[in-house]
Design a protein around this ligand. Structure first.
Ligand code: N2P
Length: 369
């Protein structure tokens, strides 16, 4: 990950020397270092921004809040814009990681959906630090034919049994069942499946979740948070705990691919996580001015719509809606009904002590020991 940024920074240093020698403005002002989730932006959003603003963007990606947090906590990252999810964002704000937004530079702010702003304000009171970007759910992506082959034509797709019921998972193991490498989300979901409070910080509840995952562990092909997109699309795996838009990207690639693969997404009826990803500017960011330009650009309704039409996540931009493809905005798996909304839960930050216990449990789960 830091490869890209290092390359970008050294390039800008030498460019700065050159421009300084010719007496022009420093090249620093012409750079922006963005660290975002993989598969989370339209293909031409970065080039269009670069062209319009004359800013060169170093764009790095991650697929895990834990990875982003590790990078941020280490400090001095050189990033100008990062995109954590709500619960992580809250504790990072509390840790002093971010600078307040200068709203006078964000005149597209009013395009944001007030309801989403209110949701995000539970993490960022007064919406002082972050611009909500996209939101979605954590459900199941599956290969329709492969699952039907193993569970029968009347297979029930809308349940976490596909992953967490040991008998069902055993039947699916040979076609590839995968879990996100996202401890909080997997544990929250496992607790919910067991009928416990998904956000419980009781260690017995955590142990129950660990026991459940250990039981299905032999049937899990891998823990990864982005590889499943292509693997689902190519028929290499058949059931993945995954993020809504990423599964739709897989479905789209599957349809475009040569092999006849139908991939679908479900928000299981037992309930699921709803999350919000938020753009923010780290304290000490080298190019805060360009960061504000970037945030303001992302809030243009047409830019937000283009991103959504490319990555299939719901946007926090209400004025983008008229420009969003009908099959996206009318898809209840992307914009869920009121009823489904009620079955979703938001993640909240955990006490550091419990977070550490859970991280250790995750290592045990992943290694199967
Ligand atoms: C984008 C994944 C973002 C969803 N590929 C996780 N918050």
């Amino acid at each position: 990950m830091s490869q890209g940024i290092k390359r970008g920074l050294s390039a800008s240093v030498s460019a700065a020397a050159l421009i300084f020698a010719t007496g022009a403005a420093t090249a620093q002002e012409d750079t922006l270092n963005v660290y975002n989730w993989s598969d989370y932006i339209a293909a031409d959003t970065v080039p269009k921004f670069e062209e319009e603003f004359g800013v060169s963007v170093n764009y790095d990606v991650y697929d895990s809040n834990e990875v982003l947090e590790g990078t941020l906590m280490a400090g001095g990252t050189g990033y100008d814009v990062v995109v954590p999810s709500g619960s992580f964002f809250q504790r990072q704000i509390e840790a002093g990681i971010y600078q307040k937004l200068d709203k006078s530079k964000l005149d597209n702010w009013d395009h944001l959906d007030p309801q989403i702003l209110e949701q995000v304000a539970q993490y960022d009171p007064g919406n002082e630090y972050g611009v909500p970007y996209m939101w979605g759910t954590t459900g199941i992506g599956y290969n329709v034919a492969m699952v039907e082959e193993r569970l029968g034509a009347d297979a029930d797709f809308d349940t976490w049994d596909l992953i967490f019921d040991p008998e069902t998972a055993a039947k699916l193991a040979d076609c590839g069942v995968t879990l996100l490498d996202a401890p909080t989300e997997v544990f929250n979901t496992a607790r919910q499946y067991l009928g416990l409070d998904p956000l419980s910080t009781d260690e017995d509840d955590l142990q129950a979740a660990v026991d459940l995952i250990m039981e299905i562990r032999p049937h899990i092909r891998y823990f990864h948070s982005s590889q499943y997109i292509n693997d689902l699309a190519n028929g290499e795996v058949c059931v993945s705990m995954g993020w809504s838009g990423d599964v739709f990207i897989a479905a789209d690639r599957a349809e475009a691919g040569e092999r006849d693969v139908e991939v679908a997404y479900t928000i299981p009826r037992e309930g699921a996580t709803i999350w919000f990803d938020i753009m923010a500017i780290p304290e000490g960011a080298p190019h805060p001015d360009n960061a504000h330009k970037w945030l303001n650009y992302q809030m243009r309704p047409e830019v937000a719509a283009e991103n959504v039409n490319y990555v299939w996540y719901a946007t926090a931009n209400q004025d983008a809606l008229p420009m969003i493809d009908d099959d996206i905005k009318n898809d209840p798996a992307i914009y869920p009904s009121e009823e489904v909304m009620e079955s979703l839960f938001v993640d909240l930050p955990q006490e550091p002590r419990f977070a550490r216990v859970q991280t250790r449990a995750w290592t045990r789960v992943k290694t199967g020991q």
